[in-house]
Ligand binder design. Sequence first.
Ligand code: ATP
Ligand code: MG
Length: 390
Amino acid sequence: MKREGNEEVDQDFAAKLAAHLGFEEEKVNHLFEKKYLAWNWGEHEHLLRFDKEISHIERGTVLYEKDGAFEMVLGFPKIRRAMVLYPTLEKQFSGLKTVAVEEKMNGYNVRVARINGDILAVTRSGYICPYTTERAKVKLNLSFFDDFPELVLYGEMVGPDNPYVPKEIYNIESVEFYIFDIREKNTGNPLSTARRREILEKYGFFQVRSFGEIPLETAPEEIAKIVRELGKIEHEGVVIKDPEMVLPPVKYTSSRSNCSDLRHAFKFYNESGRDYMLSRIVREGFQAVEWEESEADFKKRCMQLGESILAPLRESVRSVKEGQRLYDEVRIRVKTLKTAADFEDYLKRLGVDAIFEPPLPAGDEYLIMVRKVNKSTNDKTQAIWEGELW
Ligand code: ATP
Ligand code: MG
């Protein structure tokens, strides 16, 4: 079977995979051709990745052969955003008495599982990140996977030693995994919030903060209060869940975190997703109405929103005009320099233009600063300064 190019797929393998997924063989071939199904590379070349949602199989799902059959670690399902709390919660959670409210932490989404004997950390898109994998092995109580080989931990990797979403707001010195979900391999069925918390406690995992189960009736009011408080300390917001994890969760974020997302998004305006930017702007309009704010508070919101869009834009436009390159500076902390080298290769492979500074010893680990160059925003801004049209 050819693993690099995807164009030629061993037909026995395709047939076996088709039978497993309940697809026509032709469909499997088509998925390979379109690269919706793609192999990982290097030591993980035997792991397939869904690059698109296919027939209810989440994007980012990882699939591989195990004991002559297949096994899947499902992608983390998209969480829809509530623009207003009332009547959204009533409608989305209709039939429930209470909802479980948890803090939504701001880092990056990781799945950790035992895959054919190895503990691996999988990113949202289904890649095996060497940095995250090393951190998972250092940070997590791995005996969990001896006891529950069929379960997958879903969590947020948060803290400053973070190559994707570095944040100083959680009083974390380096980086930690905060688990928010446990699901079964193959089916993706989640554990109830109570069972999940019980297991996580037993193994001593960090878990996202719980605000408890709140009656659906009073939830909009109570959650508005919680989110206002979280906003004050620059925390992101909440995820509201069916305690049994049958109905899909809903997220709701603070204005402060919206603005902080926008600041980053507009700094690198040409690489940021349009929907990502637009949903966060539109949300401010809905929140302004729902929270019935005074004219003075509204003016404040306008200023904050406007500044979080324009200030980074002005900064980027000016920097490029003055001949500087735009980049994101992030930091990683590794046990071995091999992890850093593997991570450097990994980013290159993903097309991220990153410059790794020389490692600085930190205890028995190393700190490495990484500059991620945002080529697309650089090039676009440069072109505009050279007289090109939008
Ligand atoms: P989505 O994940 O909904 O596709 P997105 O990539 O824009 O959208 P966010 O807006 O950050 O992501 O919101 C969802 C993400 O929040 C999840 O993917 C997960 O990584 C993260 N998260 C943080 N805390 C929690 C929590 N308590 N429960 C569920 N997810 C959480
Ligand atoms: Mg996030």
